[in-house]
Design a protein around this ligand. Structure first.
Ligand code: MEV
Length: 329
C-alpha cells in the first residue's frame, strides 16, 4: 500500500483579528514551521491515528469510528477531517495517519488548521481525488468549524492551504495572495496558551452591550487593514509598524490584550521596533514586532529579559509555502 505524506505551515495574524469574524478583512502570513502528516490506506477497515500526546495509537474499526461521539483532543481535527473526506468521497476506507509537528500547539501558530489541511491534502492525493486548493480549503474549513463549534473565520486554514501572505475575508469569501517580501518580524511566545473561544466570546459581549462602539472599532480596524495592504506592497515598514501599533490600540479597547502581552509589546517598542501587537485572539499566545536589521538583536534581548514568565523568542520566517506533498512511497 502507498504512503502519502504532506505538510502545511503554521500562521501569524498580522492585522484584523476579531474584526474578521464580523465580516471585515484581515491579513495573515504563513510561517516556516510545519506540521507533517503521513497516511496509508489499509485493507483492515480500521482507522488508526498516531499523534503527539497520545500514549498509544487511537484505533477503531471504520464502523465504530463512524459512530463515535467522544474523540480525544489529540485526534479531533484529524479524525473529523477523515469523516469529512469520507462524506466527500462517498466511501469509507481504513486508514493509518501519523502527525508530527515542528512547533508546540501552545504557541497559537495554527497547529489545528495545519494538521487538518495536511490530512485533507494526503487523503485527496492517496484516493486520486486530486482536490484543488479551493477544495482543500473548503473541506478543511468545514472540519475546523465542526470541531470548534462555529467560532472560526478560516484565516488560519487559508494560510495553511495557500501559504504566502494573504488578504482574507471571513469564510474564504476573499483569499488574495499579496505581493510581499519576507517580513522582518520578531515573534515572542508570551508563555501562556490562550483560549480563542473565550476571547471571541468576550468581544461578542462588547458587541451585545455596546454595538455602536464595537462596530466603530471593527470599522477602524478594517481601515488599518486596507492601509496595511498598501504599506506591505510598498515595503514601507515604518508605516506598517505604526499601523500595527494602531491595531493594537483597538485590541486593547476590545479588552483582549493582557498585562504580560502589553509588557512584551512595550519592550519591543521601547527597544526600537517599528511597531508591535498581539497576533491572534489575545489573552496569551504570541506577540509580533516589526524591526529593522539593526534593532533585531536589541528587541529579541528585551523580549527575553522583560520578565514575563515563560516568554521566549520563536524564530520564524514569514510567507512560507502552503500545503505540499512531501513524499509518495
Ligand atoms: C484568532 O487567532 C483570530 C480570531 O479572529 C478568530 C478567527 O478569526 O477565527 C479571534
Amino acid at each position: 500500500m502507498v504512503t502519502v505524506s504532506a505538510s502545511a505551515p503554521g500562521k501569524l495574524m498580522l492585522f484584523g483579528e476579531h474584526a474578521v469574524l464580523y465580516g471585515y478583512p484581515c491579513i495573515v502570513t504563513s510561517v516556516d514551521l510545519r506540521i507533517r502528516v503521513s497516511t496509508k490506506i489499509t485493507d483492515t477497515r480500521r482507522v488508526t491515528i498516531r499523534a503527539k500526546g497520545l500514549r498509544e495509537p487511537y484505533t477503531l474499526t471504520v464502523e465504530e469510528f463512524s459512530h463515535t461521539r467522544s474523540l480525544p483532543n489529540e485526534v479531533r481535527f484529524v479524525a473529523t477531517a477523515i469523516t469529512k473526506f469520507w462524506e466527500h468521497a462517498k466511501e469509507k476506507f481504513g486508514i493509518e495517519v501519523v502527525s508530527e509537528s515542528e512547533f508546540s500547539e501552545s504557541y497559537g501558530l495554527g497547529s489545528s488548521s495545519a494538521v487538518t489541511v495536511a490530512t485533507i491534502k494526503c487523503l485527496s492525493e492517496i484516493t486520486n481525488l486530486a482536490l484543488d486548493l479551493r477544495g482543500i480549503f473548503d473541506l478543511s474549513y468545514e472540519t475546523v468549524l465542526d470541531v470548534q463549534g462555529g467560532y472560526a473565520s478560516g484565516f488560519d486554514v487559508a494560510a495553511a492551504t495557500y501559504g504566502g501572505t494573504l488578504y482574507y475575508v471571513n469564510e474564504g469569501k476573499v483569499i488574495d495572495l499579496l505581493e510581499t517580501d519576507e517580513l522582518p518580524l520578531v515573534v515572542a511566545y508570551s508563555g501562556l496558551k490562550a483560549s480563542t473561544v473565550e476571547y471571541v466570546r468576550k468581544v461578542k459581549e462588547i458587541f451585545e452591550k455596546q454595538p455602536r462602539v464595537a462596530e466603530f472599532i471593527m470599522k477602524h480596524i478594517s481601515v488599518l487593514v486596507e492601509d496595511a495592504k498598501v504599506a506591505l506592497a510598498e515595503r514601507d515598514y515604518s508605516r506598517l509598524g505604526m499601523l500595527m501599533n494602531l491595531n493594537q490600540s483597538d485590541l486593547n479597547a476590545l479588552g483582549v490584550s493582557t498585562y504580560e502581552l502589553d509588557l512584551l509589546i512595550y519592550a519591543a517598542r521601547l527597544n526600537g521596533a517599528y511597531g508591535a501587537k498581539i497576533s491572534g485572539a489575545g489573552g496569551g499566545d504570541c506577540i509580533i514586532a516589526l524591526v529593522s536589521n539593526e534593532k533585531r538583536l536589541a528587541v529579541e534581548k528585551a523580549l527575553e529579559e522583560v520578565g514575563v514568565k515563560g516568554a521566549k523568542v520563536i524564530k520564524v520566517r514569514t510567507s512560507a509555502e502552503g500545503v505540499r506533498i512531501e513524499g509518495r512511497i
